[in-house]
Design a protein around this ligand. Structure first.
Ligand code: SF4
Length: 279
């Protein structure tokens, strides 16, 4: 019997291994307990193949040490990113992460994107803003937060006494979801390891999540942002605070005062003095 994989399946398997290699996973083995009564029929040509049942070489103790552990009682979602189970990548840089990402086709969002929006700003920033995903303007320019919401974010940053060059800005997913829909769970799971690496490399003093998707991704919760907005949490030894997305503020200007109160907490944490509240 010819046991070779069909070409399409082989390519997909190769892509999965490249993906995990990029994330610094060096050892894989198949958990045969999970194979149980599974059919051993080779996949049909062109069939979708799932990620192999991989177990990581990292110990449970390491996972417990590294994993995010918000100080609140937020319900934790169990399908955490594999990347969280390993130590920080030694010698990692934003450039290496960007090169690993390459012309990424790891999730369906690549199909309609114009440009990958990796992130921009100070690689040694004390403050990182994390949004949900690129919109139309960002997709066209390859830069984060450059549309109307981006202009408002710039005003917020300047009101904090900073410039965009002082901070780092990125998103959970690096490609624009069609029609600006929310990224799906599997898209977030595929792309977020690169965000984790960016945050590990920058090692800021504070992370501000802009909107529910960013906060839910990093805090591992499905709770609505209204449940935890404005509170501090611990994220991999960094302080994390969630506030509303600037796009939400464009639709609901009355919420600006709440966001300004949140940003004042961040400024106090960073030892910054405000210029004036953004209008
Ligand atoms: S969203 Fe992320 S994982 Fe998906 S194609 Fe773009 S860069 Fe790759």
């Amino acid at each position: 019997m010819d046991s070779r994989l069909p070409e399409t399946s082989r390519k997909k398997l190769e892509a999965w291994f490249r993906y995990y290699h990029d994330l610094n996973f060096g050892e894989f083995y198949i958990d045969r307990r999970t194979m149980g009564k599974r059919s051993v029929k080779p996949p049909a040509v062109g069939a979708q193949i799932a990620a192999p049942a991989l177990l990581l070489s990292a110990s449970a103790a390491t996972a417990a040490k590294i994993g995010a552990s918000p100080t609140s009682a937020l319900p934790v979602v169990q399908d955490s990113s594999l990347f969280e189970a390993i130590d920080r990548v030694e010698g990692d840089t934003l450039q290496i992460i960007s090169e690993n990402l390459g012309e990424c086709t790891r999730c369906r969002l690549h199909k309609k994107r114009n440009k990958i929006v990796f992130g921009a700003g100070n690689a040694r920033a004390q403050l990182v803003f994390v949004g949900e995903g690129p919109g139309h303007d960002e997709d066209m320019q390859g830069l984060p937060f450059v549309g109307r919401a981006g202009k408002l974010l710039t005003q917020m940053i300047e009101a904090m006494g900073l410039t965009r060059e002082d901070v780092y800005i990125c998103n959970v997913v690096k490609c624009r979801p069609p029609e600006n829909r929310k990224p799906e769970d599997d898209e977030v799971a595929t792309c977020s390891p690169y965000l984790y690496r960016q945050l590990d490399v920058i090692a800021p003093k504070a992370i501000v999540c802009l909107g529910g998707v960013a906060a839910q991704t990093l805090l591992k919760t499905k709770d609505p942002i209204s449940r935890f907005r404005g509170n501090w949490y611990d994220f991999r030894n960094t302080k994390l605070l969630a506030t509303y997305h600037p796009a939400y503020l464009l639709r609901n200007p009355a919420a600006k005062s709440e966001v300004w109160r949140d940003l004042q907490k961040v400024m106090a944490h960073l030892g910054l003095k405000a210029k004036k509240a953004p209008r």
